[in-house]
Design a binder for this molecule. Sequence first.
Ligand code: C5P
Length: 229
Amino acid sequence: MSESRIIVALDFDNAESALNLSKKLSPQLCRLKIGKELFTAAGPSIIEKLTRVGYEIFLDLKFHDIPATVAKACKAACNLGVWMINVHASGGRRMLMAAREAVPAHSTRLIAVTVLTSMDTHDLVEIGYSMPPQEIVLRLARLTQSCGLDGVVCSAQETALLRRELGVDFCLVTPGIRLVDGESHDQKRTATPRQAIQDGAHYLVIGRPITQARDPYQTLHDIHQSIRV
Ligand code: C5P
């Protein structure tokens, strides 16, 4: 099993590109994240192929539905042998509890998304959330923890607050990671790998800084070294 805290986001629309990149990386230095685009295009066989060569997979499908449906989807995802899956915390307590029951503790890690970082205050007000975004995030993260899930996805901005409020054991998975001298692409609130780990992230989700690097292995290796404690 990898001890690395780096999860590389395979944001591709076909299996071949994902497999090609995986060959340039190493299961000793990272895990891989498969999201809706790649999973929909390539199907479950991509998970089998990557698992066979030693990678642990975060299947980022963000389930959000009635409790029974989410429970069954979680169970099906676990049966694919993935390392981590996620649901939307805004599905509420009964949905989160159903997911927890479907995924035995200490097997596949089960985490939740709080508020999508693409949503700003205006978007939130429009759907009836009038609290400040950080309060909504904290509230949903507390709910997630109280339902026994293993952690949440959170932006670099929220990592320190959630670590303080939710304790050291609650798993924080942080995307929006950018290298000191790198491009920010469409990410607005970013942190360097070192900053995010210092703020209390357990795992860093990193996409383009690695997938679009001239030498993905070297970049992964350098990030790995920069966050070693
Ligand atoms: O290329 P980049 O490093 O921005 O990729 C980050 C990955 O993390 C993408 O797969 C993106 O969808 C995901 N993500 C994110 N922000 C969130 C949740 C997930 O960037 N709040």
